[in-house]
Design a protein around this ligand. Structure first.
Ligand code: HEM
Length: 334
């Protein structure tokens, strides 16, 4: 049943996002960039059958989205128009690593993925990280970064490939060296869309913007002393407990580009002074009963969009293709 579902999902998205799904054991030179990217994750983190090539450790919850009155000024996207009832959403928070057993106390950016279910059956996704900015400018460089990490184990000759890579990529060095303190909760972290999208409103007016998600509970982090007392599953346990006590809310914002802002390079963070348009509120109300079963059936794709929103940064298409390759491999290895 799940395999049928995965096949339908892969097929549907493959039609809208043409991707070459070649054999896993083809020579690297014949593989698509998406496959090379998934192989590069596997080189760093290993292959974990049935699980995501990146962010395999996660927790699935449910809730609703209520658009704000200012959202239609940015886009005609259906989920961002005034409506009678809130839109159901499925949310997956994830640890920032390709290792399924990574402790929640690790210092990698956390992930949040949101699927909006529109009344006509259409679904659209938002896939964000708890870090503003990306280590590299494009997907080819990301592959090379991952391969450099994979080649730089403790026994690697010095300077390691990673040291060489960081030497030539200051944004990657800054990303690696910036502290990413573990949060109190998945619900007390700001998240960032990182890649820019092109928004078109009903009058045809075009704006480039990047998503931000602000936790209504405020951004709260643990001290070093608190981190030392936390168990490896503390974030998963905490968010389940938190939604039992009451809803966990995020404001969805669009940070608007000004004339001359770079839209096709996610290492270049726009100044915080850029205008932000409030798009609505995500209200998470409950954890799903069987998160493990739910996440296997879920695929969040940054390029799964509705009219009124299009990719502006080419990394979005490259990411989407890699997520589909990862899904097709995890579905086949159940
Ligand atoms: C070229 C750059 C990138 C590549 C190749 C890449 C690749 C991947 C892959 C293969 C997965 C597993 C997908 C699955 O099996 O369902 C994944 C998951 C994820 N990625 Fe990326 N990624 C990239 C950039 C980003 C960026 C910029 C963000 C945030 C803005 C991001 C956030 C996430 C999150 C949150 C997940 C977990 C999604 C879930 O819960 O299903 N990634 N990524």
């Amino acid at each position: 049943m799940w395999k049928d579902l995965a096949a339908v999902v892969v097929l549907t998205i493959a039609i809208t996002h043409p991707v070459q799904l070649a054999a896993e054991d083809a020579p690297a030179s014949q593989k698509s960039l998406a496959e090379q990217l998934v192989d590069a994750f596997n080189a760093v983190f290993g292959v974990h059958p049935g699980l995501r090539a990146n962010h395999p450790k996660g927790v699935v919850l449910e809730g609703t989205f209520t658009p704000s009155s200012s959202a239609p000024s940015l886009t005609k996207a259906a989920h961002l128009q005034k409506r009678k009832a809130p839109i159901p959403v499925t949310v997956r928070f994830s640890a920032g690593s390709g290792l399924p057993t990574v402790p929640d106390t690790n210092d990698m950016p956390r992930g949040m993925a949101v699927k909006f279910a529109l009344p006509d059956g259409t679904k659209t996704d938002l896939v964000v990280l708890s870090f503003n900015g990306f280590p590299v400018a494009n997907a080819e460089e990301f592959r090379d970064f991952l391969l450099a990490v994979a080649a730089s184990g403790p026994d690697a000759p010095k300077p390691t490939e990673l040291e060489n890579f960081l030497g030539g990529h200051p944004a990657a060095r800054a990303f690696v060296e910036t502290p990413k303190p573990p949060p109190v909760s998945y619900g007390t972290l700001p998240y960032f869309g990182i890649n820019a999208f092109k928004f078109t409103n009903a009058k045809g007016s075009v704006t480039h913007a990047r998503y931000q998600l602000q936790p209504v509970a405020g951004a709260k982090y643990l001290s070093k002393e608190q981190v030392a007392t936390m168990g490896p599953e503390y974030l998963t346990e905490e968010i389940r407990e938190r939604v039992r006590r009451g809803p966990v809310k995020f404001k969805l914002l669009a940070q608007v580009a000004e004339q001359g802002d770079t839209i096709d390079n996610p290492t270049i963070v726009w100044p915080d002074t850029r205008k932000k348009i409030e798009l609505g509120t995500i209200t998470i109300t409950k954890a799903v009963a069987d998160s493990e079963a739910a996440e296997k059936k879920l695929l969040f794709v940054p390029g799964a969009l509705v009219p009124g929103i299009e990719p502006a940064d080419p990394m979005i298409a490259a990411r989407s293709a890699a997520y589909i390759v990862s899904l097709s491999r995890r579905a086949q290895s159940q």
